[in-house]
Design a protein around this ligand. Structure first.
Ligand code: HEC
Ligand code: HEC
Length: 225
């Protein structure tokens, strides 16, 4: 009876084409952890110095390191994600290499007050929509978006804090696509204790395939001003 499980995991490994963290990104992660250790009651600005190697001096992100821009997500969402990484609700799945990296860093932030200060500092960056990197059928994406996503993420992908559904417009398209893929495969959100991630895990099954997911993200990107 062990064979089918073994086969299944082989297939899952074969299908997982996510890049593993590069040597550069591993180095940046260790440097950030070292900088945050003993950072005590450092200011948001000082704490953010440990983040800038990956997320950029102005929160603009770095695709080569798989680190998204942080200037188009709402503060409540950034804070909740950091707390999720800290509690292990996000970034614990064995196939979530980048989530694990971010979890290690978030856990080194001294306390919840430090999470608040670093988020307040990020909130001061000027929001600049991330540049489009994908092409696809935005019209087809729009149909799927309004039927399946808009109720929570808002008609203009501006987010809805009552539902804890984040803004998506302006966030890196490659990142949204990767996160959607992770939700659909259960790499993110499949643990029922992840109250909000679990909702997205269920939604991850609603788009027929990766091409449609790309069209939806291309449409979302077109909503950024
Ligand atoms: C070694 C590079 C690296 C450093 C340093 C780093 N991050 Fe990250 N961060 C990442 C990566 C990679 C992801 C994407 C994780 C994933 O794919 O789930 C991420 C994701 C995030 C997210 C989730 C964003 C979203 O929309 O889902 C937040 C919030 C975040 N980082 C904040 C920070 C803060 C604050 C710091 C400094 C205390 C920091 N990061 C330092 C690499 C880094
Ligand atoms: C039932 C409400 C709901 C619906 C419908 C929904 N979402 Fe979400 N979505 C959420 C919530 C809540 C989160 C935050 C998850 C978390 O905290 O980990 C989220 C997060 C996301 C993220 C991660 C963003 C980031 O920066 O980390 C993406 C991408 C996303 N949704 C895409 C979609 C797409 C595409 C659709 C339509 C197919 C959709 N969502 C439909 C509630 C919803």
């Amino acid at each position: 009876m062990k064979l089918p499980i073994l086969l299944l995991s082989v297939v899952m490994v074969a299908c997982s084409n996510d890049p593993a963290p590069s040597a550069n990104s591993e180095q940046a992660a260790s440097a950030a952890v070292a900088a945050l250790q003993g950072s005590g009651s450092a200011s948001g600005k000082d704490l953010y110095a440990a983040c800038s190697a990956c997320h950029g001096a102005n929160g603009e992100g770095n695709k080569a390191l798989n680190a998204p821009s942080l200037t188009n997500q709402q503060s409540w969402y950034l804070e909740r994600q950091l707390l999720g990484f800290r509690s292990g609700v996000r970034g614990s799945h064995p196939d979530d290499a980048f989530g694990a990296q971010m979890q290690g860093i978030a856990k080194t932030l001294p306390d919840d007050a430090a999470v608040k200060s670093v988020v307040a500092y990020i909130d001061g960056f000027k929001a600049k929509p991330a540049a489009a990197t994908l092409t696809g059928n935005a019209k087809r994406g729009a149909d799927y978006y309004s039927n399946l996503c808009g109720a929570c993420h808002g008609p203009n992908a501006e987010g809805n804090d009552k539902l804890q559904a984040p803004a998506l417009a302006g966030v890196d398209d490659w990142y949204l696509l990767q996160q959607f893929d992770h939700f659909s495969k259960g790499i993110r959100g499949s643990d029922e204790s992840d109250r909000y991630g679990y909702q997205m895990f269920m939604m991850g099954k609603t788009l027929p395939d990766a091409e449609v997911a790309k069209d939806v993200v291309v449409y979302i990107q077109s909503l950024a001003d």
